[in-house]
Design a protein around this ligand. Structure first.
Ligand code: NAP
Length: 333
């Protein structure tokens, strides 16, 4: 069987560390790994699959030795500079940053939703924003069956979505120390401010959700709006999603559709207080869906509550599922 070589860029970060865990669990046909970070972590050691690896500093020549795949989780600037270099050397890049997501030549992929888009890549594939990934997993089967007309997102996003510095801010905030990452203390607060504000008053995070949803669902004119909020939760984003459809539906049939769709765990039993929770979804690759109910203010609408592990399905797992699909396509060539 063919064996592959993979580079993990940003191996020392929150997403990178989780990617190591997911790679261990998946047991893909990868025989060689190289781990990259910045000069800060270069020389540090990573124990992985019974071997000790030395973290290397990323530079212009890092990809000269030849790789099949590189997963980039080291921020947009690093991706912008080094992903094209890696791709020019024949390495397929799966990028976790927002650098290339809206580029028409770059597929934006959630494997349960649009894995066919992978067949048209030019060396770089973008992993969507964490809050978008967990939303489109239930939205796709609903759109296929009932045709989505409008979406209203309201998110409750964990501090781990802002990397190690975000988690430190919450932990330090509990001790009364001032924030370093967020503009205000995240302890005891909800901040309606994720990423920078833009000219139209939306944050970049909100625009990412809007634009990426349209691209992944291949509905460029879909009416979508979003309010994204950082909350004092360590891990897992929670989202209230209001959806309006073109067609009517039977609520039990809709519930069963979600239950039987890939990548979803249905937790929807209000009589027993069963609904998705961040503390239960953490560590899982599936997206948890519950509180499914009719929106009685419009003809054909619903409200759902969606919780997902932003570091696993929202980043590391999705990127590795993309690599897994690419290996599958390569085998079937
Ligand atoms: N956290 C999430 O929920 C989430 C979800 C989706 C996507 N993402 C994206 O994934 C990326 C990483 O996020 P994170 O949460 O893991 O951040 P993080 O915990 O701050 O880790 C950042 C990683 O990038 C490395 N790095 C920084 N500058 C570098 C450079 N110039 N060259 C090489 N490596 C460099 C760091 O290495 P050092 O150890 O040397 O500093 C570290 O390994 C970001 O692009 C983020 O937007 C994150």
């Amino acid at each position: 069987m063919k064996e592959y070589k993979l580079a993990l860029v940003g191996a020392t970060g929150l997403v990178g560390r989780t990617a190591l865990q997911v790679l261990k669990e998946k047991n893909l046909p990868i025989s060689e790994y190289v781990f990259f970070a910045s000069s800060r972590s270069a020389g540090s050691k990573i124990k992985f699959l019974n071997k000790e690896y030395i973290v290397r500093e990323l530079n212009e020549h890092s990809f000269d030795e030849g790789f099949d795949f590189a997963i980039f989780s080291a921020g947009g600037d690093t991706s912008k500079k080094y992903s094209p270099i890696a791709a020019s050397k024949g390495c397929i890049v799966v990028d976790n940053s927002s650098a290339f997501r809206m580029d028409d030549n770059v597929p934006l992929v959630v494997p349960e939703v649009n894995s066919d888009a992978l067949k048209k890549h030019n060396g770089i594939i973008a992993n969507p924003n964490c809050s978008t990934i967990q939303a489109v997993v239930p939205l796709k089967p609903l759109d296929t069956k009932y045709t989505i007309k409008r979406i209203v997102y309201s998110t409750y996003q964990a501090v781990s979505g802002a990397g190690k510095k975000g988690v430190d801010d919450l932990k330090n905030g509990i001790k009364g120390l001032p924030p370093k990452k967020f503009p205000y203390s995240i302890f005891n607060n909800c901040l309606p401010h994720i990423d920078d504000f833009t000219e139209n008053g939306y944050t970049k995070e909100e625009l990412k959700m809007i634009n990426e949803t349209r691209k992944i669902l291949e509905k460029p004119n879909l009416r979508v709006t979003a309010t994204t909020v950082r909350v004092p939760v360590i891990n897992c984003h929670s989202e209230s999603i209001n959806i309006e459809f073109e067609k009517d539906f039977d609520i039990n049939e809709l519930r069963n559709l979600l239950k039987n769709s890939p990548g979803i765990i249905l937790e929807d039993d209000i009589n027993n207080n069963i609904y998705p929770l961040a503390t239960n979804a953490t560590g899982h690759d599936e997206v948890f869906v519950g509180r499914i109910r009719r929106d009685e203010s419009v003809p054909f609408g619903i409200n759902i509550w969606v919780v997902g592990d932003n570091i696993r399905k929202g980043a590391a797992t999705n990127a590795i599922q993309i690599v897994e699909k690419l290996i599958e396509f390569d085998k079937n060539k």
